[in-house]
Design a protein. Structure first.
Length: 143
């Protein structure tokens, strides 16, 4: 994928074993060749050279001032099929069914939602990441 692609998210912590959740995220990050992966809160998992744990998601946002922030949230007005991906981006994913991250969105930032039949926002964040990164690759022709 051209450009810089980073991903930030929240550990679910409680839905599954933390190492299992790490592996789900890591498979997506490796397969789509994400440059950097941030997760919050700090859990102590240290199994990937791409993963950086941060105390707060704000830490990941502040560490990347030059990247366009793309908030993936079911309340966004822009649907994924109509979304134009920026060349250099930090994609931000919340927890299942509620991210709460739109409060961090600034005017220059973007937000996108993934339509499903029921639109309940129940995709696991790593599943949403795979869909968004696949869409990015297809639209940017994997260059």
């Amino acid at each position: 994928m051209p450009g810089i692609v980073k991903v930030a998210g929240l550990w679910e912590l409680g839905w599954s074993a933390p190492l299992t959740e790490h592996d789900w995220w890591d498979m997506v990050m490796r397969d789509f060749e994400v440059d950097q992966h941030y997760m919050s809160p700090i859990s102590g998992i240290d199994r990937s050279d791409r993963l950086t744990e941060v105390a707060r998601i704000d830490d990941a946002l502040e560490a990347n001032p030059d990247l366009t922030k793309v908030f993936v949230d079911e309340r966004s007005d822009v649907e994924l099929q109509d979304f134009e991906h920026p060349e250099n981006a930090l994609y931000v994913f919340g927890k299942v069914s509620y991210s709460g991250f739109l409060v961090h969105k600034r005017e220059r930032d973007l937000a996108v939602r993934i339509n499903t039949n029921a639109n309940l926002g129940l995709l696991w964040p790593h599943q949403a990441a795979a869909l968004v990164l696949y869409d990015r690759g297809v639209k940017r022709q994997w260059q």
